[in-house]
Design a protein around this ligand. Structure first.
Ligand code: UDP
Ligand code: MG
Length: 324
């Protein structure tokens, strides 16, 4: 069988509330895609859901063989789910899309058009974000600006998530990147090729709760920065210089007080300031170093990025990625 033109990869973690609507919207919009492309497949990656998601996906797969399922042995995280989809995708173009319909399937038609014009990466940029907390919007805005400032060479588009289309050359390049701490949107930017944006207003999650609680968001942000930048390591130098300056001023003040002050014993505040400054600077930098050392440790184990328990309708001859 020839390769399908389009593969849609959809990570799924406890999405039983949205899967029925998702499949309805997909079936509808696929008719529109079919005006532009010959063939398609949808790869659902079940990321260790513990609700009815897998059962629902299996039912979809039994009704339509172009609906395919990769099921992980446990929750490996959103970025790993995307990775598994990219690893198995057969399409000439691969679209990555959230399950909760926050990435409107209708926008994909426009992505296909841009790809046809010759772009290798077409990413979605959110012009508006509905139904998301002020906190989420604010942290996202700060994060994308901070990330850009730290990256220098590689430009990661602001306000773009993982919702995007990538062409075959980008897919193959992505498969060669086997690092554990994966920040897919950054990796796509790093890979290069001709990139362009389409704009869309991001609707609210169709149903259910966000699967990105604060803890996962923080991890994701740290991964994003630490996998693409060593700028935080350089903080050590600046922090050292800054605390050294403050310590020198403190010393000057202490000496002045000793000789020209009122003569009262005044060692206590000086020591407190010096100890506090030194300790905080050191602890902070130990933490930063720990982030990078931890990463070295995890990379060096060379474990597979994810483990699949089950695959349905997936063509097993599709090259699974090299072991490392
Ligand atoms: N997701 C996943 N594994 C996880 C967390 C999330 O596969 O550990 C999927 C989830 O099912 C959804 C997508 O990743 O399809 C984005 O998650 P969500 O919509 O909850 O994130 P938000 O839009 O709130 O940032
Ligand atoms: Mg969402």
């Amino acid at each position: 069988m020839p390769r399908p033109t389009l593969t849609v990869v959809i990570p799924i973690f406890n999405e039983e509330e949205v899967i029925p609507e998702l499949s309805r919207r997909l079936r509808e919009v696929i008719k529109v895609w079919e005006l532009r492309i010959d063939s398609w497949e949808v790869v659902f990656v079940n990321d260790g859901s513990n609700d009815q998601s897998l059962a629902q996906l299996k039912k979809l797969a039994s009704e339509e063989t172009r609906f395919k399922v990769i099921s992980f042995s446990r929750n490996f995280g959103h970025q790993m789910a995307i990775t598994a989809g990219i690893d198995r995708a057969e399409g000439e173009a691969v679209v990555i899309m959230d399950a909760d319909l926050q990435d409107p399937p209708e926008v994909v038609s426009e992505m296909i058009d841009r790809w046809r014009e010759g772009y290798d990466v077409v990413y979605g940029v959110r012009t508006k974000r509905h139904g998301e907390t002020l906190f989420k919007k604010l942290t996202a805005t700060v994060f994308y600006r901070l990330l850009r400032a730290m990256l220098g060479g590689v430009t990661i588009p602001a306000d773009a998530g993982d919702f995007r289309l990538i062409g075959r050359p980008v897919v193959l390049a992505m498969r060669a990147l086997r690092e554990r701490h994966r920040f897919v949107r950054g990796m796509v930017a790093w890979v290069g090729f001709r990139q362009t944006a389409v704009y869309y207003a991001r609707p609210a999650r169709f149903a259910g709760e966000t699967k990105y609680p604060l803890k996962k968001m923080v991890r994701f942000a740290v991964d994003g920065i630490a996998s693409f930048s060593v700028v935080p390591l350089r903080f050590a130098t600046w922090l050292g210089v800054a605390s050294g300056l403050v310590a020198m001023l403190t010393a000057a003040w202490a000496i002045y007080e000793r000789f020209f002050g009122s003569g009262v014993v005044q060692g206590w505040p000086t020591i407190m300031i010096a100890v506090a400054l030194g300790a905080s600077a050191q602890l902070l930098m130990t933490g930063v170093l720990g982030e990078y050392v931890g990463r070295i440790y995890e990379e060096i184990k060379r474990r597979p990025l994810y483990i699949t328990a089950e695959e349905i309708n997936v063509n097993s001859s599709v090259a699974t990625p090299p072991a490392d």
